[in-house]
Design a protein around this ligand. Sequence first.
Ligand code: C2E
Ligand code: CA
Ligand code: CA
Ligand code: CA
Length: 275
Amino acid sequence: AKNSGRNTFRIFKPGMNTLIEKRRALEVDLDAGIARGEFELFLQPRVDVVSAEVTSYEALLRWHHPERGIVSPVDFIPVAEASGKIIALGEWAIREACRMLSLEANVGRLSINVSPIQFRHTDFRRRLDEIVRTAGVETKRLELEITESVLIDDDKRALKILNELKVSGYEIALDDFGTGYSSLSYLSRYPFDTIKIDRGFVSNLGEEGSAEAIVHSIIDLGGRLGMTVVAEGVETLEQARFLARSGCDELQGYLLGRPQPLDKIALSVPAEVVA
Ligand code: C2E
Ligand code: CA
Ligand code: CA
Ligand code: CA
């Protein structure tokens, strides 16, 4: 820490100080940002390989900061997690997603990212149910994207919560699959409807290396377990064709559509993109 001793104080380079200060400033701004309505959910389509229809949109947070312009979630989510403000922000996102669902019959389903901190919070399920019920939205129109880190820390409790969420009717997706300590036994033990192959594997397709073998295995395994397999970060036709040939169920990425505000999203994707 900065104050761990007079002699160590100077090891902080100006750049590091700036980063720490920037994070602290963002933390202070988070509450005000929520109150002032500076956050927005952008939506990115997920497309069925066979029908070329949009099956769901992933909701991705954007922060329109009055001085900094658009701040990326890569920058503010870790700050929100470290400060505990992710609880309020996460609830805002759920409420906003429900508002969109109740307002837009054309949007069948939204996928929400749930931070591990949020997921572990004692009140998570109760608050989620309350927000969804108040909005009058059917639970099956919401999919919760969680990451493997949720499963590692408190396995039994995570399993219990996931099963309860399933009973309530939510869809559950395992995000960023392949990046953590994925073991095959995870997949069969938890009630996932969907697994999302991490963007890193997709971007390495076609290069020398193991990405194609890994992607094949994930698709095969997910299929055998009756799960929907989604590839993230699909940017090129070559990637899309490889994934389609390999039996991947759904594609998501800039090729199919960038994250955009609700009023700008195209409600269908040209079939030629997938064929
Ligand atoms: P993620 O959940 O893995 O989301 C996918 C990220 O990949 C998004 O970045 C998306 O814009 C980006 N992406 C989609 N297609 C492509 C592509 O073809 N190429 C490339 N290079 N990127 C693509 P984004 O929106 O910046 O979000 C980054 C991360 O921030 C997310 O990763 C997620 O972990 C987190 N995040 C975003 N919104 C929320 C939220 O509401 N709650 C929580 N807890 N985390 C969120
Ligand atoms: Ca995600
Ligand atoms: Ca992901
Ligand atoms: Ca299924």
